[in-house]
Write a protein that binds this ligand. Structure first.
Ligand code: SF4
Ligand code: SF4
Length: 446
């Protein structure tokens, strides 16, 4: 819950096509205006590394004032931002409609857009952001890709660190030998006509992670939904563009938005809801795209028709009720609420989903894991990512539960890695990629 502010906060569209948006002098003036407010406020001191870097820069400057900080030093503040949105969503009393009109994450994004325009994006970062191309290739060569990225293969990881800037100790996602769309075609499911939710139709947006890395999440979602009477289709028209957004390539995100929205429109017109498997992708479809592409009816329609996976399943439970057949699962769950789940402003839907399991013992951890998309893998960020995520790792380890679950597919392994580094003799929790996997187990579907 936000501190202070009585009126409902809102976000302004990103004015990225206006030449003023990338005017360096105007950006510098806006950075100075906002950073000065933040330095006086300091509410966000413990959210990430951006704010401590800002406060140290100012406090250690010759006069202890922002005016004696060189503009070139702002880059280190921007570089530490993972675009998690937590400062905007949970702390800042100065967001619109407040007269200060402050949107810190979008200012960080603007800075990156200016950098990208001026200097281009580093080759390695640009290549990493091509998630569809990389995923399609790595899926075909999954054994080789997975061997290369395995932390046990130190030489390969050192080479990867040199060429791609990925820290040699960071756990990287594995690739599946088959895409989610292909697996779904091979293994049809039968819709339970006796379920209270029978009659619903939903198209599942596989997302890059679901399509190429871990199809188990999409298959579990489809199985649980079929059990609950929901007819589903699985599609992956294109990446949502979050990795491009992280690089400040807003124009390319806009192109992705238009492409994906056009692909989903026929489904929406036939009465299908849209479900995104990954919270960051749901956030893009629901909130970021309409702020970037303001004049496309298909983008707007998609935003209004999209649900986060947990949000959708909890919606079925609340409106129609769940199908029978859920059995208790022993051992309890430490559940991490990802920042991009929180940023959707839908409440703790993942925890609600887990509590659909009879006698569920769920401990919620609502704090940033520190990973921040591809940001946390990078050589220059990995140590900071572990530092920021340490309180979450401590909570997960201290919970003493059998399972560790995060809705964010990158946060989960990062937290697991943090737990591993804490050491200790206690048994480590089993990591699940999404709460839907526990629900599928409770139904005996996987
Ligand atoms: S968006 Fe997240 S990482 Fe970026 S400044 Fe705000 S809290 Fe920090
Ligand atoms: S983003 Fe808002 S709440 Fe956070 S330090 Fe700046 S002014 Fe304060």
């Amino acid at each position: 819950m936000r501190e202070g502010g009585l009126e409902a906060p809102f976000r302004r569209p990103l004015d990225w096509e206006n030449p003023d948006f990338t005017d360096e002098a105007m950006l510098d003036a806006e950075m100075r205006r906002v950073l000065d407010i933040c330095h006086g406020c300091r509410r966000c001191f413990n959210l990430c590394d951006s704010f401590p870097r800002l406060f140290d820069l100012v406090d250690e400057s010759p006069k202890g004032e922002l005016e004696t900080v060189a503009s070139k030093d702002f880059k280190q503040i921007v570089d530490a931002c993972t675009l998690c949105d937590m400062c905007f969503l949970t702390k800042c009393p100065y967001v619109p409609p407040h007269e200060f009109d402050l949107d810190f994450p979008h200012l960080m994004l603007r800075y990156r857009a200016v950098e990208a325009k001026k200097n281009g994006v580093a080759r390695a970062d640009r290549e990493l952001a091509e998630t569809d191309r990389n995923g399609a290739l790595a899926t075909k060569l999954a054994p080789l890709a997975n061997w290369t990225t395995d932390r046990a293969h130190k030489t390969a990881r050192n080479v990867l660190e040199k060429v791609a800037g990925l820290h040699h100790e960071a756990v990287l996602p594995k690739y599946s030998g088959k895409t989610l769309e292909a697996l779904a075609k091979e293994t049809p499911v039968e819709v339970n006509r006796a379920a209270p939710g029978f009659g619903r139709k939903a198209v599942i947006y596989a997302t890059c992670f679901g399509e190429y890395n871990n199809p188990a999440v999409g298959l579990a979602a489809r199985a649980v939904l079929a059990k609950n009477g929901v007819e589903t289709k699985i599609v992956h028209p294109h990446c949502c563009g979050m990795p491009l957004l992280e690089q400040g390539l807003i124009g390319e995100v806009a192109a992705s938005a238009k492409k994906v929205a056009a692909a989903f429109e026929p489904f929406i017109d036939e009465g299908y809801d849209v479900i995104a498997l990954v919270p960051s992708c749901a956030l893009m479809l629901k909130f970021e795209w309409p702020l970037i592409v303001t004049d496309d009816a298909k983008v707007k329609k998609l935003a209004q028709s999209t649900f986060d996976l947990s949000e959708y399943v909890v919606g079925v439970a609340r409106k129609e009720g769940m199908a029978e057949g859920l059995a208790p699962i022993e051992g309890g769950v430490a559940f991490h609420v990802s920042c991009h789940s929180r940023a959707q402003n839908i409440g703790q839907k993942g925890a609600e989903l887990l509590r659909l399991v009879p006698q569920a013992d769920v401990q919620v951890i609502e704090r940033c894991s520190g990973h921040g998309g591809a940001w946390g893998y990078k050589t220059q960020n990995f140590t900071t990512a572990l530092k920021v995520g340490k309180p979450v790792a401590r909570s997960a380890a201290g919970a003493g539960k059998r399972y560790l679950v995060s809705e964010c597919p990158l946060s989960g392994p990062h937290i697991e890695q943090g737990v591993e580094r804490l050491g200790g003799e206690e048994p480590k929790p089993e990591l699940l990629t999404h709460p839907i996997e526990l629900l599928a187990r409770a139904y005996g579907l996987v």
